[in-house]
Design a protein around this ligand. Sequence first.
Ligand code: HEM
Ligand code: HEM
Length: 215
Amino acid sequence: MALKSDDTRWGALARTFHWLMAVLIIVLGLVGLWMTGLSNSPQKIKIYAIHKSVGLTVLALVLLRLSWRLFDRRPRDVPMPLWQTWAAHLTHWLLYALMLALPLSGWLYNSASGYPLQWFWAFNLPSLSGGADPALKSFAHFVHEWGFWLLVALLAAHVGGALKHHLIDRDETLVRMLPLLRRRQAAPIPAPAGTAVAEAAPAAVTAPTSDKGES
Ligand code: HEM
Ligand code: HEM
């Protein structure tokens, strides 16, 4: 499996980033919603600390992912109406923006609350606010909480779009991002009738993904 993406398929690294981060972000959101309702205890402090450390890991991962994205290419868009292509690209870039804004606002909220910040009990991170700041704290909390609900709305469109491509349009959009599934069986490349190539063409030769539907 190639590390880099090509014209028709996401590379191994892009797919690893996508699914690793998708799982981490969904778990962080669920744990975030649950932990705020816990009553004060050493266990709650521990869960908050883990939430913050995993959130900071997501921040590091998205910076690595965006750097790789500058270097890597992305597969050609599957044929679809132009407005859908634009809507999908806009959603992707908003998701990247939120993958930055959520951990940064969490870090800012922690700093403006006057708390120290550690990554998995390994090392300390600097304060983003230079001490407690109630106005900044409530701004950061607003961004963290409402940014998350915006993420949920975008993910509904993102996942819904992926499922629509898979189940209704029956194209490669989802399959080329999945780590394990095989490609859909594409139509054989039509060769001119009566040519030697047409007679000898093996059944397994398939049309390039993104040409599907253009015929
Ligand atoms: C992608 C990363 C993250 C996601 C998806 C996420 C998600 C959430 C969610 C959904 C909540 C509950 C919001 C509420 O109802 O108040 C929450 C709370 C919280 N998050 Fe995050 N978070 C992330 C990263 C971080 C980071 C990096 C930090 C700190 C360094 C952090 C610190 C906090 C804190 C302190 C709270 C509790 C707020 C309160 O007590 O009201 N989060 N997070
Ligand atoms: C079950 C959940 C998910 C499914 C089924 C899914 C599916 C997909 C698919 C099929 C693509 C490729 C689209 C294309 O080839 O044009 C994609 C790209 C993308 N996904 Fe997801 N995704 C999921 C969760 C997430 C989550 C949680 C995030 C982040 C919060 C996310 C962020 C992205 C981004 C940013 C891209 C664009 C990649 C790029 O262009 O660099 N996805 N997703």
